[in-house]
Design a protein around this ligand. Structure first.
Ligand SMILES: [Zn+2]
Length: 112
């Protein structure tokens, strides 16, 4: 059984102590069972209710104005999800076609 990387510092040196997983590098301890439940609650879904994963390609379903700039990302713009940050307003850390990396709200995209 392979253990997950530390959710706090991403270390690969996580070890198991009874029901807890422990990261020796940053001291973070967590329960994989609770983590799994939380993961279920934190599933990030697109506008159609399709679950999104890192590496998925998505397209925008509406024009999105970029905060702190006058640039607008047009409906249909393609992006690749680099990272998912559940529990935030903008859950998707995306590489957007023709723009830089940015955080996008999951309900404004659909899986391509
Ligand atoms: Zn750690």
């Amino acid at each position: 059984m392979s253990l997950p990387a530390c959710p706090s510092c991403n270390s690969d040196y996580v070890y198991q102590d009874q029901s807890l997983l422990i990261c020796p590098e940053c001291g973070y301890e967590w329960s994989p069972v609770e983590e799994a439940l939380e993961a279920e609650l934190n599933k990030v879904k697109d506008s159609n209710g399709t679950e999104l994963a890192e590496g998925d390609k998505v397209t925008f379903i509406k024009d999105l104005k970029i905060k702190a700039s006058s640039q607008v990302l047009k409906i249909g713009t393609k992006a690749v999800i680099r990272r998912i940050v559940a529990g935030k307003d903008h859950q998707l850390d995306c590489k957007v076609d023709g723009a830089s990396d940015m955080m996008i709200t999951a309900k404004f995209v659909k899986k391509a």
